[in-house]
Design a protein. Structure first.
Length: 191
């Protein structure tokens, strides 16, 4: 059975593509989106990254951190998505250790659904200069996933994508994060 809301986030200690250390424990006390992508050259993944980068100032002001995981090595991240100004860590995972830890899977049905239903997103990616191409070592049937980890290091939202363009809507993410920042009601004792 896969991870679900309320589960403890799976412990990890990794390095981003720049060599900076990131540990799950470092996320305690923060809301963090742990986003799993396909490879660093994936046009549709770069489209989602573009959306997250544009939304990040607002998301960050609401107290959200983002960690983006790619099944590519640091050199391929550096040459593609990492060549842009990205305000959050990009984590290389060419051995798929984090993908396995979080149960991020594969689906040829998801690939077919993407091809049949994502014409708008494919065109939007192309308009931004993200080219649909096969990259060396690319797992064509890899599906993305997103996990919102709360300050208590428990999963507050889990999204295993059914197709490559299936992500948590940004407006939903903004409202969910805003809800986490709301003060908890205080109750007085009555005698």
């Amino acid at each position: 059975m896969g991870l679900k809301v309320g589960d403890a986030a799976k412990d990890f200690s990794v390095r981003d593509y720049l060599g900076n250390s990131i540990r799950l424990e470092d996320l305690r006390g923060k809301n963090t989106l742990l986003a799993f992508f396909r490879n660093a050259e994936c046009a549709l993944c770069n489209l989602r990254m573009h959306q997250l980068i544009n939304a990040y100032p607002d998301l960050q002001s609401r107290g959200l951190k983002i960690l983006a995981v790619f099944e590519s090595g640091a050199d391929r991240i550096r040459a593609s998505v990492g060549s842009k100004s990205v305000p959050f860590p990009l984590i290389p995972d060419p051995e798929n250790d984090l993908y396995r830890l979080y149960g991020v899977g594969f689906s040829w049905i998801g690939v077919v659904k993407t091809i049949l239903t994502a014409k708008k997103e494919i065109q939007e990616a192309a308009d931004l200069g993200f080219e649909m191409k096969k990259a060396p070592g690319m797992k064509m049937d890899r599906m993305p996933a997103e996990f919102l980890i709360g300050p208590d290091l428990r999963l507050k939202l889990v999204k295993f994508s059914k197709k490559v363009t299936d992500h948590i809507p940004l407006n939903d993410l903004k409202s969910i994060v805003a809800d986490f920042r709301q003060p908890q009601p205080q109750y007085e004792k009555t005698v």
